[in-house]
Design a protein around this ligand. Sequence first.
Ligand SMILES: [Zn+2]
Length: 442
Amino acid sequence: MTEAEPDANPESQGRDVLPDPPASPAPSSQQTVWAVFFGSVAMAIAFPAGELAAWFFSTPKRPPLHADPLFDLVPMVGVAVLIATWVFVFWSLIGSFLNVVVHRLPLGQSVVLGGSRCPRCHSAIKWHDNLPVIGWLNLRGRCRSCDLPIAARYPVVESICAGLCTAVYFRELLSGGANLPGRPPDFQHGGVLKLFPNPALDLIGLSLYHCGTLCVLLVWGLIAWDGRRVPSRSVLAVLGVATALPLVFPPLHPLGLTGGPGMIMGAVDAMDAWLMQGLAVSVAGGVAGLLSGLLLQWLLGRLLHGDASGRTGQPLGQPHAVGIGLALVGIVFGWQGMLGTMVLLLVACLVQALLWSALAEWPTVPTELLLVPATFLHLCAWRQLVVAFGPWWPASPTLACLAVLVAMVLAVAAAFAAIAPAPSRPQRNRETDPGHPGDQPA
Ligand SMILES: [Zn+2]
């Protein structure tokens, strides 16, 4: 679904007001939408493409992909591509729904009831204009009836949601869980054999659980980007569902509480062991994530002389939003996955600090939104990071990994302190910044 940008001026929403003179089409935003679309497709197929390239350049040639004879391989790849296309379209439709959630949730409106309408001419948006990405491009980003510009963010979010989740489909499901620590990857029966004839229910469940988490983080990040507030009730509902799902289906936690493997399908004898293990991993991860996020946000806010106005990605509406985001990550990935994601989040903060100093017009991307790429990249390389960095990676309780975390926090703190108090940065969709007494240099 697509909703046109709400008009800032309430008077212009009446029917009797003449429409604005047709503005020139905005080729830049159309190019942006096309670029993000192709970028998302590239992100979606990056892993199988990399696997294929590695095979192509390897000498001597390993047997192709999953050691299947060629006559089996070609139809299998064909089916995998067909399913991948379906997966991409499905998640772009979900992305379209997420746009509506981002728009309506902070306003307390129903996210399921009521079709999309143009906020100016109130005409219902036709189903074929509501198709993800294509609908927007076909309309050239304008309402069919009244020419009101429709924000390019809608197709961009649809593309990114589809790209992220299709990448997870390849990386987590079709690879046989090659990204997951605590369990051996199943290379022998990879590819579409993970879907039929004997579907790998644990991997299907894991990839859906992780895609859902990415979608929630995307919604929360975009709401923070808008300077709005996620209603507490919906936050609690999401955290509750994320905690409950592994209780129903324990393989959703690949790692146990102490770093060993989590519950493997078929290896469970006692029902209460299931419940205790699932609950312990979720609660430990959730509490660790909440505390780490609150501490991080407080520290970065302090370093900017108490400036919590969004300049460093601190959200306006929700001072504890990073804590909530990391709590969800902790519930879903356990405390080990949460700490790993936090390392990548700190890297993202560092990159943004560099972009701030290099590009004057680089906008303030809230930390909550940076959590989306951090969580995605950590998920895709989870096992590889644990293997590559050994005791230095926060996957087991070692002093070395604690030192890495502290060093990362200090590095980000130093980078932020070096650029604060920052010159006024472009604020996205935020109220005019009234400034803060703490902004003035002492
Ligand atoms: Zn209209």
